[in-house]
Write a protein that binds this ligand. Structure first.
Ligand code: 3PG
Length: 310
């Protein structure tokens, strides 16, 4: 019987990207099912029941969803971060989980600069702002997005530092970036710090007052990573103590934190209405098609390259 591949995207891809994903699935002789813009878990529990593989974005694939799947062998996260998938529960059910690293990195990196310029220019209020050229930029983690940000920062004439204990010295060198030995040093030396760490048990709530207070005058934290890595009470505390700190993010924090940020520190904060770093036509196509091809490679040729729960 033909394999069933489910494309489940609460936040949908563009129509063109979705259609290309479906075309790849069909040309492998599989059946494609599309579940877009769904609300609540019910539709996903139903749709995944007879799927052999699924492509998702930040959709929550928890133990309950995995439990509803009777034949599932593979879930591909069309994107980088797989914190919304219970990889251990998947492993327990013999379900492989993959991601598509790097495919949406440029979209996220470009948005980081869009937001930096927006805030540096006073949210386009016409008053005197500042430039990015000559400023220091610290990259907290140096994966695909961090490297894409470094490339663009070179064009802006910024001096780039990076901290990532998991990356080899030659990788920083090849990118023309100065590696620093600790997160503390990174925050001390950087006027802008751009976050690119995944949300894990170790990184959750790890960005707080201690690091923020080290930043130079006018220090700006740029978050296109995950809201969970920010210690929100400490962020508010640091902002209360220092009138020069700034925060820009494309991931809205909790409602209460957002309300306080806007009410008390509005002029030096910018947060997009919804998570949208990877929301470009190009990134939808790159990540979606990579995911579809990885599924075909897994079933037809036993390819396991991007498995994150081996
Ligand atoms: C990722 O981890 O790839 C990005 O955060 C994008 O997530 P999204 O596909 O849910 O927009």
């Amino acid at each position: 019987m033909s394999k069933i591949v489910l494309l489940a995207t609460e936040k949908p891809f563009s129509a063109a990207a979705r259609d290309e994903v479906v075309a790849i699935i069909k040309s492998a002789g599989y059946t494609a099912r599309v579940l877009e813009s769904y609300k609540g878990k019910g539709p996903l529990l139903e749709a995944i029941a007879d799927a052999d593989a699924a492509i998702v974005r930040s959709d929550s694939i928890d133990a309950e969803v995995l439990g509803a799947a009777k034949k599932l062998a593979l879930v591909v996260r069309a994107g980088a971060g797989y914190d919304s998938i219970d990889t251990a529960a998947a492993k327990g059910k013999n379900v492989a989980v993959m991601n598509t690293p790097g495919q949406n990195a440029n979209a996220v990196a470009e948005l980081a600069f869009g937001m930096m310029i927006y805030l540096a220019r006073g949210k386009f209020d016409g008053k005197t702002g500042s430039e990015l050229r000559g400023k220091t930029l610290g990259l907290h983690a140096f994966g695909a997005v961090g490297r894409a940000v470094a490339t663009i920062a070179g064009g802006f004439g910024m001096t780039v530092f990076a901290y990532d204990p998991f990356v080899k010295p030659e990788t920083f060198k090849a990118a023309g970036v100065e590696a620093v030995g600790s997160a503390e040093e990174l925050y001390k030396r950087s006027q802008y710090v751009s976050l690119h760490v995944p949300a894990t048990a170790e990184t959750k709530n790890s960005i707080g007052k201690k690091l923020l207070s080290l930043m130079p005058k006018g220090g700006t934290l740029v978050n296109t990573a995950r809201k969970e890595i920010i210690n929100e009470p400490e962020l508010l505390e640091a902002f209360g103590e220092r009138a020069d700190l700034r925060y820009i993010s494309d991931i809205p924090p909790s409602d209460a934190t957002l309300a306080t940020l806007k009410e008390k520190f509005g002029a030096r904060v910018y947060v997009t209405p919804s998570k949208m770093g990877a929301q470009t036509e190009e990134a939808n196509v790159n990540a979606g098609l990579a995911a579809a091809r990885q599924i075909v490679g897994f079933f037809e040729r036993g390819e396991r390259q991007f498995i994150v729960n081996p």
